[in-house]
Structure formats: structure tokens, C-alpha cells
Design a protein around this ligand. Structure first.
Ligand code: SF4
Length: 709
């Protein structure tokens, strides 16, 4: 008979935190046809430009296909896996023997699958005994994690994407969702078109998101806390709070209100500090307080701030004060940046977390240690990304293993990061690609890791939904999945029993069992329904929103409508907020605030989207956006070249005049690197001022100068 048509494999998109379901139909020649999965609740069949072009990014031309070792002469030689794994294990042993376990660290990524992330954490925090595991999620949503943990007692997004379909008001704060979460933005627009929902965008910059909405508040950079403290005062003064919800489920309201009055004593004070008109602020406050079904969603404009945690808390306070949380169509909503930033949070990918949302309280250390039968548990929080790189620079960290991320581009003060990486006694990188800026720092070992389409595991999207990523291509050449590489190194370090997993299904089943271990509803992250899952059931796993405890296997769309916060007394805690201020102010020498972010059709450091001609066509080269008046003032012309400089570094970019820019600010994309455009690595000019709670660096307002070159 005729040949069977190739079967489509259900998987998820490797880019943003929307976590769209993808149908991939392999063509038998290493490629695949890509379509949106109509059955996936995140996207219901839709894909954005990036997801739709995934098929163009599957070639092997730029891939690293076998282990490589740096030789004495500085070149790289191909070696076998045995030699590579022995070299990593021996290198780690040698550094631990000389400098102790605290001299070794892993720097991980929201691109890893949950199973990879889980094993890396288990190895470092339970068996090597160092707490120094951090991740590029530190640059992404660490402030949301810290804000939610402070206020809710747990890192829990209360709502669901469905709330964006049923809200009557959607407020987007510091989010260019039209470009960065396109499929969700389309759901919001559809709600507006079909149900008349209003959309308000709060952002210093005019973006694609603010083009066709109901209100745009172009507030001054760094003034978000002021705006939302003012909203809390507005709600209180007009008797619009939910006294019953506050009385039953919240503590610290009176103190938080006093604090909000100090920050925002009057509408005029909010207007002065935000640079907005009092009338537009009043209109926004009236709309917010008169609309019961309101979702306030935010992204990196809130998170990537030295006051990001307070900004998050200021938003959470307004929702708690009105009981607008966990009910259909309302709640605070963090739009996570990366495909698996949340999965990483779940397993302890952040240096201040342990596993299954447990922290470093003595009882939690003890619980995880007993579950893992761990010989050498880390006893206190590890170094967060920026501090980790400072410790590398200072020689306190001597061995670093980077997996699935490109810190020499993405971290603040990228030039210093790149130089510091070159000073390590042991520098290992697990990568898909053969060349990037982190590899240019000359790791001792380069390990060829499986890419999207080749690897199996799970990811968690912004609405707490765990979905499978499934392989639809075979592993090329000597490429291996990250979990396997980690387990092999762990076995060589003497931990064979604890790292004997047969594959991702077994790792996930263990992770699920840990989440339920001595939990009894005390911790938010519980996927006990999946404890001991068989490989067959894992392969058939349907997308599910955690918590999914044993008694509720279908998961949980919403939390906190009736309280039940994961604090000791079950109440949310309103917290005092610092007076809003930028980490560093502009000066005469550095008069412009440099803001960095994403473009519509590219992802991170271009290693995948750069392969697609269609995606590169949208924006073929990097540029710096500046208001035309500012350009005139600094003698810049459209398409001329300009140097952006400050104490940290400098970059040279083409000038793009944009009347949508706020005066006194610059915007440059994060995507290009020394490998793709020699002087365009914007991370070199980003300061490393961090939020005191989250350790997340301020990447939206670095004082800088600009001049024509
Ligand atoms: Fe969906 Fe985001 Fe992928 Fe676009 S990039 S298809 S919105 S997950």
C-alpha cells in the first residue's frame, strides 16, 4: 500500500514563556514541518513568527557535534566522551580537593529542561555540597520570585491564561507583549475586540504593544512603585478595598498603607515622580478601581530593576487589597521570559532555592537531604549570577560549568565576565553551537548538548503549566542530552546510585516524588500526582497546571481566591517598599539612560533565530533607538554610527531615530554579540546594580553617553 504519512510529534516551542504547543512532523532529512498545536491550552493552535519559523532553524551547520578539549597550544582537539567526562570529573575533584566545594559552581539556563535542571541541582547542592547554582533566570524573573515569596510566602503565579480572555481590564506594566509574548498578546487583543476589554500599557517607551490600546502611561523609568503605591492610596481613600478579604487573608495592610502614603502622599506627588499628567493617572486609577475583573501583567520592565521586588510587591498589594486574585478574569500575572524559567524555579535553579520550591530553612535542608540521601548538603544560599561572576573574577570560584547559556553576552558588564571566565582553573561549557562569545573565552572543555527537537523532557510556562518537550529528531553524531552528561559526571564523582536514572521519565518521577515528600499542602509546588510516573505515562503526559497533588491530578487553574497562602498562618503579607529611585542617576557626563530588551523576531543571542532568513529579515542588524530631539542634540543622524559608552564598556551601533523613545533614554537590543556584529554586544555597557531581595540586575537604565563615530 502507500507509505504511511509521517506522524506529527506534540512538543513545545523553545522560545518564550508563553510555552506554545507545537506539532512537528519530521521530513526524514533532519528537518520538520512545524504547526501550532490546536489542543495545547497555551496557544490553541496559534504560533508567533518565531515559533512558525522553527523549521528553518534545524540544520546542523552551526552545531558542535563531538566533545572538544583545549590543548596546550590553545587549539581544540576532538576527544571521546569517556575522556571528556573523566576530564570534567577530574577537574572538579582537583578544585574541590584544593579549594573546597564552595570553589565550584554551575551557571544554568531557562533553556534547559526541568529534568536537566533537577539533576544539576541535585549534584551540586546535595552531593558536591556547594550551593553555587544559579541561572540566566536571574536576569529574567528573579524579582517576581522574590516578590511573590515575600508577599504570598511562595513563588506562585495565581492565575491562568484564560483570565486574559475573560478580564475586562488588562494592565501591562513594563511589557512589550506584542513582541515578547505575541500569542498571549493576541489573546488579549481578541478579548478587547470581542468582549470590549480595555488594555492599558505602562511603559516609558512607545512600543508595538502600545500602538492600539485604550490608554498608554509613559511613566518615568523606575517610577512603577510610585504609581502602584498611589493606586493603593486611591483604593483606600475611596473605600474601594475588600475589607473582608483583607481581614481574613492578609496581614500588614495598615503598615503597607502608611508606607504607600509616604511614597505617594498625593496625586500631584505621583504625577511629579512619574512625569505623567494628574488627569491621566486619575483616569487609570478610576478604571482600575471600577473594573472588578482586572489582570495586571508585567514583564522585564518590572523585573530587571534594582527595585524589581518592590515593584512586584506594589502590584500584588493592589490585587490583595481588593481581593482581585485567583478569580476568573482577575489577578496579578507575571509573564515569564524564557521557555523553562519556571521549571528551573521548581527544581532549585536559583542559588537561593533548594528544590521543589524549598529554601534554605533548616527543616527544608533536612527534608531534601533525607529524600536525596545526600552526603553533603549545601547549608546556605549560594551566589546569585552577578555575585557568582564577581567570585570568578576574584578567584573564589575556580571551576565553573556553564550549560545552555551565553553569559559573556547576556550578563551585565559582559567584558569583565568574559575576561573572568578566561581565568578559571576549570571552565566547562555544554553547548549546541560551535561558536559564541562564551566559547570565545576558551573553555577547557566543550560538551555537545542536544538541542530542541532532539531532547526529551518537560518545561513549565507562565501559567504554571507543565508540558512535554518531545524529541522528533535523532541525536546527531556524538551529541548527548544534558541530563545524561550531568549523570555521567556525577557517577565519576562517586555518586553512581543517586544518578542511575534511565532517562528523563525517571528523573521527572523523582522530582515529582520530592515535591510531595512531607508536603501535605504546606508548599505550593506539589506534583505528587506524577510521583512514580511510568515512562509510558510520561510520554503521554498532557499539559497540566501545578499544583497537581495526588488528590488533584488534573491540576489547579487558580489559587488564593479564598486565601490559603503558603505562609505559616496562611495569610499573605503586605511588605514595606523602598522609596522609588533608579540604581544610578544620569549625570552631565552620562546623560542618557540605556534600556535593553528584545526584538520581535529574535531570541536571546541569535544562535537559533539567526539561522532563519525570514526572522532575520525583520531586523537585519542591531541599532540604537533615540528620540529625534536627543539625536539632534548629540549630533547624530539616522543610520550613522554612534558609540554608547559608560564606565563599564562601550558599543557601536547604527542610529535609529524613534519619536516613540522617551527623551533622555536609549534602547538597544540584547541579541547581537561579538560573534554576530563586532561592536554590538550591549551587555558590555550594562551596569551590574542588583535588587537587594532578588539579586536581579538593573538592565533598563544604565547612565551612558553617546557620540557619533
Ligand atoms: Fe509561542 Fe512564545 Fe514560541 Fe511565539 S516564541 S510560538 S509566543 S512560545
Amino acid at each position: 500500500g502507500p507509505p504511511m504519512p509521517p506522524a506529527a510529534i506534540r512538543t513545545t516551542c523553545p522560545y518564550c514563556g508563553v510555552g506554545c504547543g507545537v506539532l512537528a512532523t519530521p521530513d526524514g532529512r533532519g528537518g520538520a514541518a512545524i504547526a501550532g498545536d490546536p489542543s495545547h491550552p497555551a496557544n490553541l493552535g496559534r504560533l508567533c513568527s518565531k515559533g512558525a519559523a522553527l523549521g528553518e532553524t534545524l540544520g546542523l551547520g552551526s552545531r558542535v557535534l563531538h566533545p572538544l578539549r583545549r590543548t596546550a597550544s590553545g587549539s581544540y582537539e576532538r576527544i571521546g566522551w569517556e575522556a571528556a567526562l573523566d576530564a570534567v570529573a577530574d577537574g572538579l575533584k582537583s578544585v574541590i580537593a584544593t579549594h573546597g566545594p564552595d570553589a565550584v559552581a554551575f551557571y544554568l539556563s531557562g533553556q534547559l529542561l526541568t529534568e536537566d535542571y533537577y539533576l544539576a541541582n541535585k549534584l551540586m547542592k546535595g552531593f558536591i555540597g556547594s550551593p553555587h547554582v544559579d541561572t540566566n533566570s536571574r536576569l529574567c524573573m528573579a524579582s517576581t520570585v522574590a516578590g511573590q515569596r515575600r508577599v504570598f510566602g511562595s513563588d506562585t503565579v495565581p492565575g491562568s491564561y484564560e483570565d486574559l480572555d475573560s478580564a475586562d481590564l488588562i494592565v501591562l506594566v513594563g511589557s512589550n507583549a506584542a513582541w515578547c509574548h505575541p500569542v498571549l498578546f493576541r489573546r488579549m487583543q481578541q478579548n478587547r475586540a470581542q468582549r470590549g476589554a480595555r488594555i492599558v500599557v505602562i511603559d516609558p517607551r512607545a512600543t508595538a504593544t502600545s500602538e492600539d490600546v485604550d490608554q498608554v502611561l509613559r511613566l518615568a523609568p523606575g517610577s512603577d512603585t510610585l504609581l502602584f503605591a498611589g493606586l493603593l492610596v486611591h483604593l483606600a481613600d475611596r473605600g474601594l478595598t475588600d475589607a473582608d478579604y483583607l481581614a481574613r487573608h492578609v496581614e500588614g495592610y495598615e503598615a503597607a498603607l502608611t508606607n504607600a502614603r509616604e511614597i505617594a502622599p498625593s496625586l500631584e506627588a505621583v504625577a511629579r515622580g512619574t512625569g505623567l499628567d494628574a488627569t491621566e493617572i486619575a483616569a487609570f486609577y478610576a478604571l482600575w478601581s471600577e473594573t472588578p475583573a482586572v489582570v495586571t501583567a508585567w514583564s522585564q520592565g518590572v523585573n530587571q530593576s534594582a527595585q524589581g521586588t518592590d515593584k512586584v510587591a506594589a502590584i500584588l498589594h493592589c490585587h490583595l487589597a481588593t481581593g482581585r486574585i485567583g478569580k476568573p478574569g482577575c489577578g496579578p500575572f507575571s509573564l515569564t521570559g524564557q521557555p523553562n524559567a519556571m521549571g528551573g524555579r521548581e527544581v532549585g535553579g536559583l542559588a537561593n532555592m533548594l528544590a521543589a520550591h524549598m529554601g534554605y530553612a533548616p527543616t527544608e535542608i533536612d527534608r531534601v537531604q533525607r529524600f536525596w540521601k545526600a552526603p553533603r548538603m549545601a547549608q546556605s544560599e549560594g551566589l546569585k549570577a552577578v555575585a557568582m561572576m564577581e567570585a570568578v573574577e576574584a578567584g573564589r570560584i575556580r571551576a565553573l560549568w556553564v550549560m545552555a547559556t551565553n553569559p559573556a553576552v547576556s550578563l551585565p558588564r559582559a567584558d569583565r565576565v568574559r575576561a573572568a571566565l578566561g581565568s578559571l582553573d576549570l571552565f566547562v561549557v555544554s553547548e549546541n553551537v560551535l561558536s559564541n562569545d562564551t566559547l570565545a573565552a576558551r573553555p577547557h572543555l566543550i560538551l555537545p548538548a542536544a538541542a530542541w527537537g532532539e531532547k526529551d523532557g518537560t518545561v513549565t510556562n507562565s501559567e504554571r503549566r507543565i508540558s512535554r518537550q518531545r524529541a522528533f529528531l535523532s541525536l546527531p553524531s556524538e551529541v548527548k542530552p544534558d541530563w545524561w552528561i550531568i549523570a555521567q559526571v556525577a557517577q565519576r564523582l562517586g555518586f553512581a546510585d543517586a544518578f542511575a536514572h534511565a532517562g528523563p521519565a525517571a528523573i521527572y518521577a523523582e522530582h515529582a516524588a520530592l515535591s510531595a515528600f512531607e508536603n501535605e499542602g504546606r508548599r505550593d509546588f506539589d506534583i505528587g500526582a506524577h510521583a512514580g510516573l511510568t515512562k509510558h505515562a510520561y510520554d503521554a503526559l498532557q499539559p497540566v497546571q501545578w499544583p497537581a497533588p495526588a488528590a488533584r491530578p488534573l491540576g489547579t487553574p487558580r489559587l488564593f481566591a479564598e486565601g490559603g497562602f503558603f505562609t505559616a498562618n496562611g495569610r499573605a503579607r503586605m511588605v514595606p517598599l523602598a522609596a522609588p529611585a533608579l540604581a544610578s542617576a544620569a549625570s552631565e557626563a552620562l546623560p542618557l539612560l540605556l534600556n535593553t530588551g528584545r526584538l520581535r523576531d529574535h531570541w536571546h543571542t541569535l544562535t537559533r533565530t539567526g539561522l532563519s532568513p525570514r526572522l532575520s529579515a525583520h531586523c537585519a542588524e542591531p541599532s540604537v533607538q533615540i528620540h529625534p530631539e536627543d539625536a539632534r542634540r548629540y549630533g547624530l543622524t539616522e543610520a550613522g554610527f554612534a558609540r554608547i559608552a559608560n564606565d563599564h564598556g562601550s558599543v557601536v551601533l547604527k542610529v535609529a531615530l524613534d519619536p516613540g523613545m522617551t527623551r533622555g533614554s536609549l534602547f538597544a537590543p540584547i541579541h547581537w554579540s561579538a560573534e554576530t556584529a563586532s561592536h554590538a554586544r550591549i551587555g558590555a555597557a550594562v551596569q551590574a546594580m542588583c535588587d537587594p531581595w532578588s539579586g536581579q540586575p538593573e538592565m533598563k537604565a544604565t547612565p551612558s553617553s553617546i557620540e557619533q563615530v
